[in-house]
Ligand binder design. Sequence first.
Ligand SMILES: [Zn+2]
Length: 235
Amino acid sequence: MSTSFPNSLLKTGLFDLLYPPFCRLCDQKLTTDEIVFCGACLNGLEATYIRNWIEKITFHDWLDEVYSGWFFDEKMQIIIHALKYDEMVVVGDLLGTRLAEMFRDTLFSLQLNVLTAVPLHPVRLRERGYNQSNQLGEAVSKHLNLPFSADLLRRCKNTKSQTNLTANERMDNVTEAFKSIAEPPERVLIIDDVLTTGSTVSACAAALKRSGTKFVAVLTAGTPYFHGLDSQGKT
Ligand SMILES: [Zn+2]
């Protein structure tokens, strides 16, 4: 799988500084076509092998279908951390390309009009410099040649971090946090990095559906182990 690197980085040698040629998971030397993580580690991630798992999600009232690529184990945690906090935009490309391949048939069967991503509040976006979910979404879009728009949803409340909140606190925290554009497309896929209770994507879907969207599916890279599903992905 190819990842495109900015030529200017390659020329200046900054590239090695930003992306040392060792896998962040196993410390093995990377080959010339690998970046940040080696192919063996990425291939070894624990895929969920699950289809639509909406029934197991705490908050799914506004959602129609939900898919997640891999379980959020220690390795996945390191990968998402690199994507989210270490500004490794290429990680979004790596994961998004693989996600697109895993869910190619499913995504085409959903007859989507557009892909979008959970937006960050403008203040958070300025702090972080980029939206990690956009990176994922754009990679899926590019790989499957499906349209992507980062402008369907706007985050109008700068919500506090969901990390240490209970499920109900999470929902209260994000309710009314999102606004949709007027007359959004009918069938939308929202892409995000990790799905836990579903509160954030459900709030996004609520905003879209109140404005006229008929169908909202969700695709995330990671999900924690959840009740009723063992590590082999069998229910
Ligand atoms: Zn590795």
